[in-house]
Design a protein around this ligand. Sequence first.
Ligand code: CUA
Length: 336
Amino acid sequence: MLVAGLALVLAACASEPLPQSALDPAGPVARQQDRLWDMVVPIAAAVFVLVEGGILLLLWRYRGRGDDRPPKQVAGNTRLEIVWPVIPALLLTGVAVPTVATIFALSGRPAGDPLEVKVVGKQYWWEFEYLGPEGRGVVTANELHIPTERPVFIRLDGTGTDADVIHSFWVPRLAGKQDYIPGHVRTMHLEADEPGVYPGQCAEFCGLSHANMRLLVVAHEPAEFRRWLSDQARPARSNQTGLAAQGREVVTTAGCLGCHTIAGHPDNADVRVGPDLTHFASRQRFAGAIFDNDDPAQLAAWLRDPQAVKPGAQMPNLQLSAHQIEALVAYLQSLE
Ligand code: CUA
């Protein structure tokens, strides 16, 4: 127990940067929220030490000594009864003022020229739709791509018919969490200083695969981001020969397009029940960002029996043959 506790404490001192530490902010929004933590922790620590220290001191000072007589009975001390609640009231007010100011500063649309993204929580993955003329209707799953040094305005939109249960969107190094609530639109800001990959995850228990509902935020230099967006706006350039071409046929015969969009596929029907697969091979992860897109074994395991590798997943087991799976893997990995 002690060893485990000590290990935890020491882990917190690791010099290795932690990918999901809210205490290691990587953007102005997370920094602003981290400043509140930096302010509250010393106050809370001082109160803890004073109160707990006082309890220990009094326990020791007035411990039983064998010859105990009943203590002197006292009741009512007006001065103490006024001072006692006033101290915490002042402390809490001191904490509340900057907290409420930060809440207001980070609500509504960010100033400047934010990138606007609609986020929808599904069981168990995230869908990102880039809004406005700039977004050109681009939709991705599991991976949110953003430009650096530019505010991102996230609309957690639960008003669609595809909203299921409450989730919570959290990318610890970029911003605090915000709930995704069916029937409501919640908003939040997010911004990254440097290009990089920032992992996040669902932070509200939402069902069997809550722990498998992760995401990646990929931050690019602005020019690189524009290039990424225009690539995504194009239909997929898929391999038209060999096994991949057979996979393209399987997509039709197995009924994949009843749930998935693959822009550029001859039978594409633009259905958005499952993730948009148009540029599947350009992404790093799939199925709630828990599996690697470029690993044929993980893809094959998923296609063979989705529930076996991600409990509660909505993707049905299509009873695909080994050859169909092999062809689908080749096709998906060709969707650049
Ligand atoms: Cu979605 Cu937990």
